[in-house]
Design a protein around this ligand. Structure first.
Ligand code: FMN
Length: 409
């Protein structure tokens, strides 16, 4: 160690952090200052009373927890197995730092996002989530209206509790339709054709849910729920999909899954030949698959692990994004989701080269807590943080967010 004071300080810090030595090293008490957040910690006993009170999107989650029946909150919150992927999605952002540029005129900010010749007010996209009426009576209608207020692109789930026609009417602009392929081609085709006819701007096929998801948090919370769930949910897949308006008029007999264990690229090719509108896949996590998506002639990719609800690989989407962007080489727009909660998270992905970032649970927290105004506030908070971070890194528009602004820590 010699006389180098920096080396001495590092050693003391290391020893102070050691669980063996506690806070004492060489007989000398090492003072550890508390993290500033200790003084202003989030108080779970005092929840926000209105959307405006929220300081960030996380302020809505405890209110959603308090408002919803345990099984419904569990459905929203759950990851799978050990929640390794769920946690990785958040922790992944810490592996990347922003490189802020100074002295750039950011007096006027342009956050408009262009995709397939259409312009949206923000690169923040509403991800498709099923059964929104489990969180609020107005469900997807409230979400669509909130998205309209901020001019966000939205994707509607196959298993939404609102039809694609009603969602488009509430949004006032074409909504994208997320397609669960199911294990029956006729049903997949019927869903896609109906969405096209309704004027959906794109079909987004989700390919990461093949079999049953082990939603342990859901199952544990479900056991604490005293209500009779079968009166709303029915007991089998047929009664489940029959309550989802997008399946109206389709023959769902023989359907055993909304996923598809024999799903391969040949199904995607067949769908490509069937669908006239834009076709994207959601759920890719590797460069190899991204290259295949380009070869098959898809229009775009959503890098996603379903918010940690599909598999427990432990791989975050922000980790997967760079290799996928490199493989695609600008030939297709790449969107990304899973774990995005802050303006900095969004800016990191956009600077890497993603075209847009989708969010799931945060708007559901807002929906459960306050309905449409809650969703509006969640989207507004994220958009406000995005604007602030764009200024901080010196990017007056989305195209000024460039790879040099982000690096692996
Ligand atoms: C309650 C819930 C329901 C979801 N339902 C669907 C769905 O029906 N189709 C789909 O492709 N993704 C679905 N997802 C995944 C989202 O589209 C998105 O990938 C994920 O929520 C993003 O992660 P985040 O929640 O951490 O933002 C769902 C997610 C949640 C939380």
């Amino acid at each position: 160690m010699g006389g180098d004071p920096l080396a001495r300080r590092r050693l003391l810090q290391f020893l102070a952090a050691s669980p063996l030595l506690g806070g004492e090293a060489f007989g000398q008490e090492v003072q550890r200052l508390p993290d500033p957040m200790v003084w202003g910690a989030r108080n779970l006993d005092k929840l926000i009373g209105s959307p405006r009170e929220a300081l960030d999107v996380f302020d809505f989650e405890p209110l959603a927890h308090k408002t919803l029946p345990p099984a419904h909150f569990g459905y929203m919150a759950s990851g799978v197995d050990d929640d390794a992927t769920l946690r990785a999605n958040r922790e992944g952002f810490q592996k990347f730092q922003l490189r802020p540029r100074r002295l750039v005129d950011v007096g006027t900010l342009d956050t408009r996002m262009e995709l397939f010749g259409e312009t949206w007010g923000s690169p923040i996209v509403v991800a498709p989530t099923g059964s929104n009426r489990a969180f609020h009576d107005e469900g997807e209608l409230a979400v669509s209206r909130a998205a309209k207020a901020g001019n966000h692109l939205t994707m509607l789930s196959t298993v939404a509790t609102t039809s694609i026609e009603d969602a488009i009417a509430a949004r006032g602009r074409p909504v994208w339709f997320q397609l669960y392929p199911t294990d029956k081609w006729d049903v997949a085709e019927g869903l896609a054709r109906r969405a096209e006819k309704a004027g959906a701007g794109a079909i987004v096929v989700t390919v990461d849910v093949l079999a049953r998801q082990n939603f342990e948090t859901l199952y544990r919370l479900w056991r604490t729920d005293t209500r009779d769930c079968s009166s709303c949910h029915g007991r089998d897949l047929k009664s489940f999909v029959q309550r989802k308006p997008n399946f109206d008029g389709l023959d769902v007999s023989g359907l055993t899954s909304t996923g598809h264990t024999t799903l391969t690229w040949s199904f995607i090719r067949r769908l490509r030949d069937t669908v006239k509108t834009r076709l994207l896949v959601k759920g890719l996590m590797t460069a190899e698959d991204a290259r295949l998506a380009v070869e098959v002639g898809l229009d775009g990719i959503v890098v996603s692990n379903h918010g940690g609800r599909a598999e427990d690989s432990g791989r975050s989407t922000i980790d997967a994004l760079p290799e996928i962007l490199e493989a695609v080489g600008g030939r297709l727009p790449v969107l990304v989701d899973s774990g995005f909660r802050r303006g900095t998270d969004i800016v990191k992905a956009l600077a890497m080269g993603a075209r847009a970032v989708c969010v799931g649970r945060p708007y559901l927290w807002g929906l459960a807590a306050f309905g449409q105004p809650g969703v509006e506030r969640v989207l507004g908070l994220l958009h406000g943080e995005l604007r602030a971070v764009m200024m901080q890194v010196g990017a007056p528009s989305l195209k000024d967010l460039v790879p040099a602004m982000v690096r692996r820590a």
